[in-house]
Design a protein around this ligand. Structure first.
Ligand SMILES: *Cc1c(COP(=O)(O)O)cnc(C)c1O
Length: 354
């Protein structure tokens, strides 16, 4: 059997949720969009069900998968409805939908549900992607209040630069939010992971932590006990001796500077290990080694010269508890979010929580 695995530590996920909710000091929706950032949405939601106040996903389809799996907690759909079918499914399955633009508001006004629903009204305070602008937010709120399909409203915004605490952008967004929502009824939700960790002023009725739940810290300097949830691992399946000067792999990108012992690992960019990686660290049965040569589709090559006891069958951690996913992300110029979401081909192994 193919040895590439994604070990998902559900106890670490539960630990991270508890920690973040406690820091936030109020309710928190666990963000499980994109298959829980690659970790497995159904299993993660099940593990969090005894703890979590609810969940958030991007699309109605993702919410329906959770409902079908028996998740009955509130589920917020962050991009809201794309069409009438989404609205009807939301009503039938008691989903909470974000309303972020005029067309959604109009579509909602045209629906006729048996039961009015709870909606989240998104205010654009500076991200400038989705959400009603400052001059339109009060009127949108008023229309939702007047809408027979709506039972209650939570006011939300999304922070663009919460992971850069030295920037004024976040406090400007919070000020803008407070100024223009002062007179509007409803609960509030501002903080994503970085908002919880770095901006006490963003802590309101509901937080929406995503990446930090999975143990990746969006703030390089923050000292919090977040535990990595995903371990991406595979095994050495062949070993090759290289003579000094011999090239290795596609494009002869690497030449052995001295006689070397190379381990071939059964995982590649098709499994989500970034092809642009060069010289990143892996852990071979717990000991550090380096990637050499090009990452290929289904295999990558590592330097075992200093690890004579390693060989065929040795376990190789590509990221996880020993090799922080953030270190790989940084080495290839991306963020942990992208690597985690892309690691989806290998088989998930779920290690139970409590
Ligand atoms: C994805 C998302 C989050 C979670 O963000 P993290 O940085 O992963 O914590 C929160 N709110 C909204 C609106 C999102 O789209």
């Amino acid at each position: 059997m193919r040895p590439a695995r994604l070990r998902i530590d559900l106890a670490a996920l539960q630990h991270n949720y508890r920690l973040l909710r406690q820091m936030h000091g109020a309710r928190a929706l666990a963000v499980v969009k994109a298959n829980a950032y690659g970790h497995g949405a159904v299993e993660c939601a099940r593990a969090l069900t005894p703890l979590a106040d609810g969940f958030a996903v991007a699309f109605v389809e993702e919410a329906l998968v959770l409902r079908e799996a028996g998740i009955t907690a509130p589920i917020l759909v962050l991009e809201g409805a794309f069409d009438g079918e989404d609205w009807r499914a939301a009503s039938a399955h008691k989903l909470w939908l974000v309303v972020h633009q005029e067309s959604q508001l109009r579509a909602l006004e045209e629906q006729t549900f048996a039961q009015p629903m709870h909606v989240w009204l998104k205010f654009n305070t500076g991200m400038n992607r989705v959400g009603f602008n400052a001059e339109a937010i009060a009127r949108a709120h008023q229309r939702l209040c007047a809408c027979a399909q709506v039972s209650s409203i939570t006011l939300m915004t999304h922070l663009a630069r919460a992971d850069e605490p030295q920037e004024a952008a976040t406090s400007e967004q919070i000020t803008c939010f407070d100024q223009h929502t002062r007179a509007l009824a409803g609960e509030r939700s501002l903080a994503n992971s970085a908002g919880i960790l770095a901006h006490p002023a963003a802590r309101r009725d509901w937080a929406r932590p995503g990446i930090a739940l999975y143990g990746s810290n969006p703030l390089p300097a923050a000292d919090v006990d977040l535990r990595p949830v995903m371990t991406f691992e595979s095994r050495v399946f062949a070993v090759r001796e290289l003579a000094a000067g011999a090239p290795l792999g596609y494009g002869a990108r690497f030449h052995a500077p001295h006689p070397m012992r190379i381990g071939l690992v059964a995982a590649g960019y098709a499994d989500g290990y970034p092809r642009s990686a060069d010289g990143t660290l892996v852990a071979v049965d717990g000991q550090l080694a380096r990637l050499v040569g090009r990452v290929a589709m289904d295999m990558l090559t590592i330097d075992l010269t200093e690890l004579p006891e390693a060989g065929v069958g040795s376990r190789v951690e590509l990221w996880g508890k020993q090799i922080p996913v953030d270190s790989i992300a940084q080495a290839v110029g991306t963020i942990s979010y992208e690597l985690l979401c892309n690691a989806k081909r290998a088989r998930h192994i779920f290690e139970p929580g409590d």
